[in-house]
Design a protein around this ligand. Structure first.
Ligand SMILES: Cc1cc2nc3c(=O)[nH]c(=O)nc-3n(C[C@H](O)[C@H](O)[C@H](O)COP(=O)(O)OP(=O)(O)OC[C@H]3O[C@@H](n4cnc5c(N)ncnc54)[C@H](O)[C@@H]3O)c2cc1C
Length: 445
């Protein structure tokens, strides 16, 4: 039997689900195909105690207008709780508070003039629109020019390095500009504290609601079966193959990472596909987009590891940039009485750590955890979990603006929407929903 749909969507992360929701609401018959056994992608959850918990920390900024818009449309706005966050800073020796302007003033590592300049710069940045001119400037150069060499070397560069490894020196200033602006924009009106929000019940609530809505409109899902190839005839995409079956549609939208997309595209070449040089050029251009992988260690402990929500680690011997205390946002009672801390380490996509056992990952990270939290034994690790994703974030380097793929591909009826097109913004749920809206508008005119 021929399986016919109006639109097929590759990937059931938040992008694929939002797109499936927008399109099925408009009356399109949608099929969403996901290679993992469940939905959510980078925002997927697992069970901890009586609650769902994201495999990677997921807070929301109060400026996340597209995400808030979707939550409100789905009747979930009441599920969002805001909280003034607290930030700490680990400088290789001590863990100190870093939430308020006064905390900066008390840091011994930076001179007074640079501290004052830092504060003023942040204030200016929140109203500046200069990011668009910075695509070809490196973040390091711009940070040094803007905040001074001392502040840049002490604060920003270690954070950049632990996220992007050796690629840190080529990260685009436009990207870091937007990222700092976003975080600063999420502060209280008087800028004294950052305010973050969390969806009660986790992103699982959003995932479940989107899936219910899609199914309610006749949409379908296939899980545990990755898309093997696109069915291509005379340069047009006519559907997909997955699990050995064919599924037909006049439009296919991929929300998978760029290397996964080009792998599928390369497998779609047949004598009848109408393969042309422009497809070859397109794949070549896409191959210039680099990614970083992520490994997440989620600790459940009897006692809290740090009193802060977010701890920036600016010690270059420590391989991870932050510790994130989930139980600052959600009380431990939701997680069986345990405190939850995320340790996320970014690595190259060919890192052997991605295929390591959870025990090996824990052993690798343990000495650094003991360095930051010397009494970690007394905090009692009840259990831990390890997760990883090979394509966690594109490397938003200088010149990225010139290689961001268009939503339309050279194959007729085939579209691509993912975390690359959010540039110069950083990838997050809000931008993912924005891109889903953009593709929806493109498809429906
Ligand atoms: C460590 C970390 C922390 C983060 N923290 C935050 C945060 O605090 N706040 C925030 O807003 N955002 C955060 N994010 C970002 C957010 O998770 C992502 O921007 C968002 O989830 C991306 O959604 P997506 O649907 O575009 O991509 P993905 O979630 O990557 O979805 C793509 C899907 O495609 C599937 N797929 C791949 N290949 C195939 C195939 N061949 N066939 C079928 N399916 C396939 C994948 O399995 C995946 O489910 C964080 C991300 C990470 C990694």
């Amino acid at each position: 039997m021929r399986k016919e749909y109006d639109i097929i969507i590759a990937g059931a992360g938040i992008g694929g689900l939002a797109l499936a929701y927008f399109l099925s609401k408009d009356g399109y018959k949608v099929l969403c195909v996901e290679k993992r056994p469940g939905a959510g992608g980078l925002a997927r959850c697992f069970r901890a105690g009586k609650s769902h918990l994201e495999i990677y920390y997921h807070h929301i900024f109060r400026t996340d207008e597209y995400l808030y818009g979707l939550l409100s449309e789905l009747g979930l706005e009441g599920q969002v709780e805001e909280k003034a966050a607290s930030t700490g800073l680990y400088d290789g020796e001590r863990l100190v508070p870093f939430s308020k302007p006064l905390n900066l003033m008390l840091l011994p590592h930076i001179g007074l003039r640079q501290k004052l300049n830092f504060g003023l710069k942040l204030l200016n940045l929140s109203v500046s629109r200069a990011g668009g001119e910075l695509h070809d400037v490196t973040a390091v150069k711009w940070l040094r020019d803007s905040f001074g060499e001392e502040v840049s070397r002490f604060l920003w560069e270690p954070l950049l390095r632990s996220k992007f490894g050796e690629d840190y020196s080529d990260i685009s200033a436009a990207w870091i500009f937007e990222r700092i602006k976003k975080r600063f924009g999420s502060r209280k009106k008087d800028k004294s504290r950052e305010v973050l929000a969390y969806i009660k019940g986790g992103t699982q609530v959003l995932i479940d609601k989107l899936m219910d809505e899609v199914r309610g409109k006749g949409g379908e899902f296939i899980f545990g079966s990755g898309i093997e190839s696109f069915i291509m005839k005379n340069g047009a995409c006519m559907g997909i193959t997955a699990g050995g079956d064919e599924f037909h549609s006049s439009k296919t939208i991929s929300t998978v990472a760029v290397p996964e997309f080009t792998d599928i595209l390369n497998r779609s070449r047949t004598p009848h596909s109408g393969w042309k040089d422009d497809i070859e050029d397109y794949i070549k251009r896409c191959s210039r987009i680099k990614y970083k992988s992520v490994i997440s260690l989620v600790l459940e402990t009897r006692k809290e590891l740090s009193g802060y929500y977010w701890v920036n680690i600016i010690d270059e011997t420590v391989p991870f940039p932050v510790l994130v205390n989930q139980t600052f946002l959600v009380p431990p009672v939701e997680y069986g009485g345990n405190y939850i801390t995320y340790v996320a380490q970014y690595v190259d996509t060919d890192s052997g750590l991605l295929d390591s056992s959870p025990e090996h990952v824990m052993e690798k990270m343990r000495p650094f955890l003991e360095k930051i939290v010397p009494d970690i034994k007394e905090k009692e690790i009840v259990r831990y979990h390890v997760f990883c994703d090979r394509y966690a974030t594109p490397v938003y380097s200088t010149g990225f603006n010139d290689i961001v793929p268009d939503l339309k591909t050279p194959v007729k009826g085939l579209f691509m929407a993912n975390n690359t097109q959010v540039y110069p913004e950083s990838r997050n749920l809000d931008m993912t929903v924005r891109i889903a809206r953009k593709v929806h508008n493109l498809i429906t005119g």
